[in-house]
Write a protein that binds this ligand. Structure first.
Ligand SMILES: Nc1ncnc2c1ncn2[C@@H]1O[C@H](COP(=O)(O)OP(=O)(O)OP(=O)(O)O)[C@@H](O)[C@H]1O
Length: 314
């Protein structure tokens, strides 16, 4: 369990993290989201004692990281994949870490196997692709078989197969009862991986909730309806207090009623339906909406497309 209480970190005039309080529980993957410059890396650095907060406390299983007798046995962290001595082989890099942290030599072979780098174990890591470096970094986090794992943008540079691999790895680690805390810019990836979310913007907490709650907190679901009796359906749902708009392709988007309510109403009115689909915001849309006021650097860009279909047609 990671506990962050009232964490504030300033760099000169800049407040990178501003009174953050949250807890990361074991047994689940917790995603850490926020626009660029929100303070994610700073928070992770403070958790690991790499930066000292101006205010607040951070504990991992009840104690500060600096006070851990064998830090790598308690926390595995990947913050910067390329932070490896490039002249060393993957094997020697891990062996060096194992020896300086009183970890058994056999763990080196085990973690190389785990991340799929056994075949290149004797190659110098400076020739590694970013994806291979990520795998090496992940191998290092697992050396001490720690209960708590933190990854800053772990899928950076990984190919699709690597992304699926790390998704499954994180889920498996959480299923073993470990605490898994992971930041990522890839919303679709987070949507598939995280059970819980911590969302920050400009150093402040925006959300601490389950993935479902976060997405439901965005502007909410609507229902897409197709019918040969468009005008009639719009009339009857509007009479029930729902709002209805007609899309360019002739489908009706209804807000304020469920698929069941619309289906029953249409049945009662003798209106044939060709489609009745719940439309839910994706994590990306929910994120854009809820962090819109916290984005530090805005660019002039075309608006993003509205909805993702989750439900099924009738
Ligand atoms: N060493 C530093 N000196 C001065 N300012 C810093 C330093 N480190 C971070 N900052 C500033 O603090 C804020 C938070 O940065 P941080 O890297 O923690 O954000 P982040 O959420 O990890 O961003 P990104 O997603 O872009 O990596 C930013 O405005 C950043 O410019």
């Amino acid at each position: 369990m990671i506990e962050v209480r009232g964490l504030t970190k300033r760099y000169g005039e800049k407040i990178a993290v501003n009174g953050l309080t949250f807890g990361i529980e074991p047994g689940k993957v917790t995603g850490f989201l926020g626009p660029n410059g929100a303070g994610k890396t700073t928070t992770m650095r403070c958790i690991l004692g790499l930066d000292y907060p101006n205010e607040g406390t951070v504990t991992i299983d009840g104690k500060a990281y600096q006070d851990a007798a064998y830090p790598m046995r308690e926390v595995g962290a990947l913050l910067e994949a390329k932070a490896v001595h490039g002249g060393r082989s993957a094997y020697n890099h891990l062996l060096c870490l194992a020896q300086t942290n009183s970890l058994p030599k056999r763990r080196v072979g085990e973690v190389l196997e785990l991340v799929g780098l056994t075949e290149v174990a004797k190659k110098r890591s400076k020739g590694f692709s970013l994806g291979m470096s990520q795998r090496l970094g992940i191998a290092a986090t697992m050396l001490g078989d720690p209960k708590v794992l933190m990854f800053d943008e772990p899928v950076n540079g990984l190919d699709p197969e690597g992304i699926v691999w790390i998704r499954n790895l994180m889920k498996a680690l959480a299923a073993e009862g470990r605490t898994v805390f992971v930041s990522s810019h890839l919303m679709s990836e987070m949507e598939n991986t995280a059970d819980h979310l911590i969302v920050i913007g400009r150093g402040k907490l925006i959300a601490d909730c389950t993935m479902q709650e976060f997405v439901a907190g965005a502007s909410g679901a609507s229902v897409r309806v197709r019918t040969p009796s468009t005008d009639q359906l719009v009339r009857v749902v509007s009479a029930k207090g729902a709002t209805a708009s007609i899309d360019d392709d002739g489908a009706i988007e209804v807000r304020g009623m469920t698929t069941e309510e619309i289906g029953d109403l249409a049945f009662g009115e003798g209106i044939r339906l060709h489609e009745l689909t719940t439309i839910r915001a994706s994590l990306e849309e929910a994120f854009m909406e809820l962090t819109a006021d916290s984005v530090e650097y805005h660019a002039d860009a075309p608006g993003h497309q509205a909805t993702t279909t989750i439900g099924s047609g009738v």
